[in-house]
Design a protein around this ligand. Structure first.
Ligand code: ADE
Length: 236
């Protein structure tokens, strides 16, 4: 499956086209909450492309056995190549990304960098992956969302698009909040956060957060965020 993502800060209405072998897997996350609002505001456009619509093989075949043997089917060259070439006529893609467990590990820095692009084309692998010749010809980045294997790249595509969307200017109500996220601050992690009541089952909110002293609160957040980052990362 291919996922085409258009990121824009234009106020023009944005074109959305969604093709999918399993569209249900991808449609829901973009139809709720912040990603839905981003689309409604014309800041994000997600089009899904069903690869089966681009195959000339009988019974909409898109996968085949691997040369040299090996478990699992591989997505064939032609449907992918045809789809990429056809859709590249409409717009130029800044990156053609293949979501794969073998890719570069996704992080906030990559999300920041991708959020500055206009057009992204995402390829969600299924079965055992895709033919290497498609990667060699078209793919500009191979990205993994973690050192584990998912049933397909769709979940990874959702993670990628989600993390990018919240960085787009105008998506989050409070323009500061994406910048103060975990991994965006110097400390690495957000400090622990509390809301009302100030005491819950005998556990009190740290006094400093109720002090009204913004400078001290900011220092405290930096310190505790740092401490949490150290503790969590040390466990590795
Ligand atoms: N497809 C299957 N597993 C994946 C992973 N960990 N990251 C990205 N795409 C994948």
């Amino acid at each position: 499956m291919l996922v085409l993502v258009t990121l824009t800060d234009s106020v023009e209405p944005v074109f959305a086209l969604v093709f999918s072998v399993v569209p249900e897997l991808l449609s829901s996350p973009f139809n709720h909450s912040i990603m839905k609002r981003a689309r409604e505001k014309g800041l994000l456009e997600v089009n899904l492309v069903n690869l089966r619509d681009h195959t000339t093989y009988a019974r909409a075949q898109v996968d085949d056995y691997q040369f040299g043997g090996g478990a699992g089917m591989l997505m064939m060259c032609e449907p992918l190549a045809k789809a990429i070439e056809e859709l590249s006529k409409d717009r130029t893609y800044d990156e053609i990304i293949f979501l794969t467990p073998d890719g570069e590990l996704f992080n906030q820095k990559m999300a920041n960098s991708l959020s500055l692009k206009e057009n992204l084309l995402l390829i969600c692998g299924h079965y055992k992956g895709i033919d290497q010749r498609v990667i060699d010809t078209f793919v500009t980045k191979e990205i993994s969302i973690g050192d584990y294997v998912l049933t397909g790249g769709e979940t990874a595509a959702i993670v990628l698009i989600d993390s990018i969307t919240r960085l787009l200017p105008g998506v989050l109500g409070d323009s500061e909040s994406a910048l103060t996220d975990s991994f965006q601050t110097d400390s690495g992690f957000d400090a622990p956060q509390y809301t009302r009541p100030s005491e819950f089952r005998g556990m009190k909110v740290p006094e400093i957060l109720l002090s009204g002293n913004h400078r001290k609160v900011s220092d405290w957040k930096m310190e505790t965020g740092k401490a949490k980052f150290k503790k969590v990362k040390k466990k590795k």
